[in-house]
Each structure stands twice: as structure tokens, then as C-alpha cells.
Design a protein around this ligand. Sequence first.
Ligand code: ZN
Length: 479
Amino acid sequence: MHELRLHNTLSGKTEPFVPLRAGEVKMYTCGPTVYDYAHIGNFRTFVFQDILRRYLKQRGLKLTHAMNLTDVDDRIIANAAAAEVGIREYTEKFAQAFFADCQALSVEAPEHWIRATDHIPDMVRLIERLQKKNFTYDSEGSIYFRIARFPEYGKLSKIDLTGIQAGARVDNDRYEKESARDFALWKAPKAGEHFWETEIGKGRPGWHIECSAMAMKYLGETLDIHTGGIDLAFPHHENEIAQSEGATSKPLARYWLHAQHLLVEGEKMSKSLGNFFTMRDLYRKGYKPSALRYALASVPYGRQLNFTFDGLQQATSSVERIRNFADRLKQRKFAAGSPQGMKERAAKALDDFDAGLADDLNTAVALAAAFDFVREANIAMDSGGFGQDDMASAEQFLEAFDEIFAVVKDNDGEKLKQLGFAPGESGIGDAEVEAKIGERQAARQRRDFARSDEIRKELAERGIMIEDSKDGSVRWKRK
Ligand SMILES: [Zn+2]
């Protein structure tokens, strides 16, 4: 095994990972705010933390991982009040959808799934600790954290605090660096809003205190790893540090890992640009859970991921390639011995795979190691150069590969069915239509018009109309 190194946002460096207690890892991930369906940008982070948890376990570490569901924050309170339902009722549907999406993407359940609304007393106790140490002040029934009392404020996100007015406050859960202010730990209820009756008064917790209280309850006052998307570094994680470290005088987390942003076709994802996708939107277009997981996992978390439909198409073929290889291996029709030493080649692939992941979870290197091996092993199989004695190490490699990437087993149909995507009459998704059109274009280029007509006819029978434009491009629509 190679030495594991991780990029720590706190130090700004890639450092050897040494857990606080040898052999054990305590990890916290900020989960989704369940006010809507999670989108592919959210799942980029959740797939990254899944790869991390699987790899820590593959290295033999005993992992305790807690992940929260934020089921009370500004947006939930507002939406639930508008819908005239309780917040639990409002969030339940999205919480269940999130669990189902995780299952479809083979994102493992953490050891602790926890909900903010089940931990209000823990948050109240943490706020009381901060009150006793004079980190707070009250204003109009709300309780604020005084950032001037915590000189290390800004150490994670490296924000510049000069020019910030002492005593200026912010009530929103989410705000920009430019408006770094004393933030609300506890918010006084507004008319019509859900609130709790507690020792520190009527009200509801701020978003940041939720994670501080829950992380420390399940994992202790100092965690090994805290993960989240980069957009959470400020203010959320900065505020978590201030609250927890203010109360305990101990570091909250030793390694802070952040997944970088996801772009869609080179642009920031937004509903107004029409490039905003939930997982379900993509399943509806005919893409498979395995291809989505692969596409989200294939770019190392420390790099921006440009999500494209071409990339998703490539991910689909990569998954096919590895599945075909696994099937070929299962057929066991090989000559005796190890005619070309492929078993040593498999051992090297395993070593390269581990080296990639140990290097700050470089999934691109790990995948390259896998596909180089698969290509060479396929060539050896074609020429009789792959023998019975090579099988065990090739199988061992595939097993290690799938412990992390989890795409070899072909259970996409089953997963989609569970999400309620039964194949329709035509059963053709966008991805398959695009592939057929590509095939037809290729046929036309080689002047095979019989084949081109055949594909047009097949698509028409399945409800897809295609139009050729004068500039050579092809448009299509459903009947
Ligand atoms: Zn959090």
C-alpha cells in the first residue's frame, strides 16, 4: 500500500493522512438540505465522499462516518410555511428521494444518518456552552456568535477580515465572503414559522450550529476528516470551526476535504440556463446509474468537473468495457499456465491503482491503471496469451477496482425499476437515440443508404422522428 496523502483545505497542503487513533477514522460529511431533489452538483460531492469512504475501508481502516440531513434551515422554513405543512412533512419526501438516489448511485449509507430536527437539545447545549464562555450576545430574541472573540476566524477559507465592523450581524444561513459578520446561532421565530420551546428561548437553530453539534455528538470533539463541497467552506465550515473550537478549545477536524465545483458543458449549472439536472432528469433521458456514478467519480475531487453529455456517453462505454472484460474472465476458457506473465501485470495494475487513490484520491490515475490492464489483458486473451494461472490475480484486481468504483455488476435495470422508471413502450432514451443517429450518420458517410434508411425506420417505429438539415446536422423529436 502506498502512503495516503490528502489535500487539506485548512493547511492548503497535500499531507500524509495520519488518523488521531491508529487504525480508526472519524469522518463527517455535510449532507443535503432536503428542500428539493439533490442535483448532479450535490452528487459530485456525495460520490467523492463515497469513494473516500470505500478507499479508507479498503486500506483496512475502521471507519465511523456520520452524515446529516439538514431538515431545518431558512429555505425549508419558508417553503413549509408557504405550503402550510409541518417541516417534517415537507422534508420527508425529499429525504426519501435522497436515500433512493444514493442507493441507485451505489453511494453507501454512512454509519450514522442523522437529522437536524432530532438533535435540537444537543444544539441548545452547545449554544449554552458558548454563552458561558462569552462568545455570544442576544439581540431581539436571537443569539449571535461574536466573531471578534475568535481570533482564528477565517483560517479555513482564508478570508480577509480587515474592514469588518464589530457587532454587525447576518441572519441568513447562506451569505457571501464580503458579508462576513456575527452570525445567528439561534433565531427568534417569525410569525407563522416553525419553532422549538427550549432553555435558551423560543426559536430555531441556525444552519451552522446543526453540524457542529451533530458531528461532535457522534464522532467526538476532534474528527479526523470533515468533507463537503467547496461552496460550504465559507461561511458554513468557517462557522462550524468557530462554534466548536470556541466551545471546546480543541480543533474540530484535522483534515478538511472539499470537492470542487461541477460545471455543465462548461457553464455554471442554473435553472435559468436550462442546464440544471437532478439524477432523475438524466435517468429520464435514458442514462444509466452506473454511467452517472462513473462520470462523477472519474474526475479527481480536487479538480473542477465539466459534466458533458459526451462525457456521459464515454462513461457508458467505459462501464461496458469493464463489464465485458469481467464476463470474459468468467467464461474461464483459457490455456494452462501463465504464457505471457499476465498475473504479474495484474499485480502491477493493482499497485498503480492503489498509488493513484493514495495520491489524494486521484481517480483519473486509478482508472487509467484499470483500463491499461483491461486493454492488455484483452489483447492477451485474443492471442491465447492469457492463461488459467492469470485468472486469480485478474479477478483480485477487478474486485479491488469494484470495491471503490462499484460499477461492474450490471444492476442498472433493477435500480431504475426501483426508482419507478419502468421501460416504456418504446423504451428508448435520449442516449440511445443519439447513438443511433451517430450510427446513421456514419452509414450515410460511407454511402450505405440501405443501412441509413433502416435506422431511420427503426427510430420511427419507436416514436422518434428525425430531420436532416441542409448544413448536414440532424435534429430529432419524439412523436
Ligand atoms: Zn454542515
